[in-house]
Write a protein that binds this ligand. Sequence first.
Ligand code: JE8
Length: 275
Amino acid sequence: MRVDIVTIFPEYLSPLDLSLIGRARAAGQLHITVHDLRRWTHDVHRTVDDTPYGGGPGMVMRPEPWGAALDALVPAEQPAERPAEPPPEPPAEPPPGPSRVIVPTPAGSPFTQAMAHELAAEDHLVFACGRYEGIDQRVFDHAAARANVSEISIGDYVLFGGEVAVLVILETVSRLLPGVLGNADSLVEESHADGLLETPVYTKPATWRGLDVPEVLRSGDHARIARWRRDQALLRTAVRRPDLLAALPPDTLDKRDVAVLTGGGFPVPGADMAK
Ligand code: JE8
């Protein structure tokens, strides 16, 4: 996968050199280029902002440098027809697929794991990191003619700019790429896909500062362990994320699940329909 990131703070993306993403880059599985937006300015002050039309606080990013950046990074749509003569040699690399432009913004659609899977299937991602009050909207209205443009929010809180959101999105996407993390993780992915929160985890020593690892986890009784983990996930989800519990597809909860939740004093949506 190829990734281009445009920002006025390229150093903010330096964590991408580290750990598993850094390793995936070094192994040639992930080709990330960070670009300084100011290279697409021409004035002596390398200006990227101006006052907002309609008034209001702060500054807005001017469209010209962003337009030039996206012109450079998003290839024009290739003509659908084949050339009359096939090229004598097959090209060294397959032609790049269409580009996907991602714009982090608090006004975007919520970023989800499902969206991460979608992005992980793309050939080319271009991230536009805004600052100040954001980027002139015409940049994206214009780019939409050439690329799939998605305005995405990583959550309901306010950042200074899009850079940290890009780190979050790229970390989520890169762990889904084949070979980046190793296949052991696909199993973890499966267990998380049941729509419940993860269970607590423990390691040695069995007693630490007077606190014991739950007996069941040391019992060796795998059926009992699986049941305990399921119960923990259900009860945690009921306490912390009742919205997730309410959104479970029908038939996800069996009679025993419902009994555990009801026993914990939690209302169970559609309990009468449990299989
Ligand atoms: C951003 C952001 C995501 C999230 C992303 C990009 C660019 C209009 N507001 C802009 C006014 C207050 C300050 C804001 C700063 N800002 C924030 C985010 C985001 N994705 N989940 N929270 N915040 C920009 C400028």
